[in-house]
Design a protein around this ligand. Structure first.
Ligand SMILES: Cc1cc2nc3c(=O)[nH]c(=O)nc-3n(C[C@H](O)[C@H](O)[C@H](O)COP(=O)(O)OP(=O)(O)OC[C@H]3O[C@@H](n4cnc5c(N)ncnc54)[C@H](O)[C@@H]3O)c2cc1C
Length: 485
């Protein structure tokens, strides 16, 4: 069995010296820092869930050596596997109520496994062998992999080759040596990256002739010389830190936190040859992106269905604390959230069921249905979030600090004012509202819309499909309308 434990993961994190910063300060102990600790807690929980007998065969699969490995490190090799992958996202994200920080690793691995096979077939290179060896190591160690795809990109109206005076905009090769390459550039929004065991870097877009230096895929450990991480910092990070500093952790009671992402800077980083999986073959970058997003958008349906389950639970808890859970209108709103969650889930499962076998033996979800899954997830989850805001009431964003319950001479009155359903203490009502606040007024909505690529990229694919098919569809319509005999 090649499954790690929460304790082993913590030992690995503690033994590394990663150069990373939160709000301008270096992080000395990520296990204690209020912004990074929830990421560690999330990953510990994911390891714990993976070891549970009830999830065997869903959160686990048979790896390259025939051992039981984490599904997050598995190259999916049947339609049944693809379905389990979508289901696994729902299970894990339900338990942590957040990103699981291992999902992009899976999708990067599956994309590179297939794409490196194609490069070798065409050019006689040995990227696929290298990548398979690397993957074997990941599976044996059950390592956390974060895929860094999104470049910082600079001026979006320009292609990478037009941004040569903006050296960080796209990660690129600055030097080729016999034993490896040197890379420069920056990736952004990389979920959980500083707390991962491995960073898997892949191109962010399809590239063409003249853009070969940007066609690069490789892996580094986060403590590699020249790699730096800067944490995302939003109002919930500030709330988390301030509430810890003020001793009112009840103001941010969520142990697994909200999504934590990183700006990752590669400042002339040497990558040894065995860890380089693409170096100049620009024509294959489109395939890497396509295979990655097919996996990410299909499995994202499981992720969003889990989020809908969490939103439904949080909204129902808030309604109960307010004393209105039994109200007919509230019940109707809860049912609507349920509908939105299942409607987001269904196209992801469909993309898996309609998955196809790549010549490498890997299975890849249907691209069109995966794009639909992403668009549906955005539309349905934003409705679910709006319904939750309606259910929770104004206290969802207007609750006072738990510290106010202890104001000398006034705290007891504040406490009295916060009473609703008598089976909930004022503190527990505040906890319920903080959880709902995270979902209704936190960073999740942007994550939902942008994660896996903004909707515009799915519409581009659908518009292309319509252009390809519209001639045949018109012919069919003519036949049905009796035009042209
Ligand atoms: C919470 C969260 C977690 C994430 N996790 C990861 C991760 O783990 N790994 C990873 O690699 N990425 C991750 N991402 C990144 C995500 O894939 C990107 O945010 C997304 O692809 C959009 O890129 P951007 O943020 O640079 O937006 P921008 O490129 O700035 O796009 C903003 C808007 O401008 C439009 N636009 C951009 N360029 C053009 C153009 N040339 N012409 C016309 N319109 C344009 C877009 O369609 C979009 O609507 C994450 C994002 C979020 C929010």
């Amino acid at each position: 069995m090649a499954l790690s434990t929460p304790e082993e993961y913590v030992r690995r994190v503690s033994s590394r010296r990663v150069k990373f910063y939160v709000a301008g300060e270096p992080v000395d102990d990520p296990l204690e820092h209020p912004v990074t600790r929830p990421v560690v807690e999330t990953l510990k929980r994911v390891y714990e869930l993976t070891l549970r007998e009830e999830y065997r065969g869903i959160l686990t699969a048979r790896g390259l050596d025939g051992d039981e490995v984490s599904r997050f490190l598995h190259v999916e090799s049947s339609v049944e596997d693809l379905v389990k992958r979508v289901e696994s996202q729902r299970i894990v994200n339900y338990h942590v109520g957040n990103c699981n920080y291992r999902c992009t690793g899976h999708d990067g691995i599956n994309a590179l496994y297939a794409a490196t096979y194609e490069v070798d077939e065409k050019h006689g290179t040995d990227y696929h062998r290298r990548f398979t060896e690397y993957l074997r190591g990941l599976q044996r160690g059950d390592l956390v992999v974060a895929t860094a795809m999104t470049d910082v990109k600079g001026d979006r109206s320009k292609r990478p080759g037009e941004l040569r005076d903006s050296p960080l905009s796209y990660v690129h090769i600055v030097e080729r040596r016999r034993d490896g390459i040197v890379v420069r550039g920056a990736k952004m929004h990389i979920s959980g990256a500083a707390l991962a065991d491995e960073i898997l870097v892949v191109p962010t877009r399809a590239l063409g002739p003249g853009e070969e230096e940007y066609a690069v895929a490789f892996a580094v450990t986060p403590d590699t010389e020249g790699v730096y991480f800067v944490s995302s910092w939003n109002s919930f990070d500030a709330l988390r830190k301030i509430s810890r500093d003020l001793g009112v952790e009840l103001d941010y009671p969520v142990p697994y936190g909200h999504r934590s992402t990183y700006l990752v800077i590669f400042d002339d980083v040497f990558v040894p040859r065995e860890r380089v999986f693409l170096a100049g073959e620009a024509e294959f970058t489109g395939k890497i992106v396509e295979y990655f997003v097919a996996h990410h958008r299909a499995a994202g349906a499981g992720c969003k269905a889990a989020f809908a389950d969490v939103v439904l639970g949080a909204a129902a808890l808030a309604a109960d604390a307010n004393g209105v859970l039994g109200a007919r209108y509230i019940q109707q709103k809860l049912a609507e959230i349920k509908r939105h969650g299942e409607a987001a889930y269904a196209p992801g499962l469909a993309a898996a069921v309609k998955g196809w076998r790549h010549p490498s033996g890997a299975y890849i979800p249907d691209f069109t249905l995966a794009n639909i899954a992403k668009l549906e997830a955005v539309d349905h989850l934003k409705e679910a979030i709006a319904a939750a805001a309606e259910i929770g009431g104004g206290i969802t964003v207007n609750a006072p600090s738990a510290r106010d319950l202890a104001i000398p001479g006034l705290g007891s009155l504040v406490s009295e004012a916060l009473k609703a359903n008598p089976t909930y203490s004022p503190e527990d009502r505040l906890r319920a509202m903080r959880l709902l606040q995270l979902w209704t007024a936190g960073p999740h909505l942007v994550g939902l819309v942008q994660g896996g690529g903004p909707p515009a990229t799915q519409w581009v694919a659908l518009n292309r499909l319509v252009r390809e098919q519209v001639g045949g569809l018109i012919e069919n319509a003519k036949r049905l309308a009796g035009i042209g005999g």
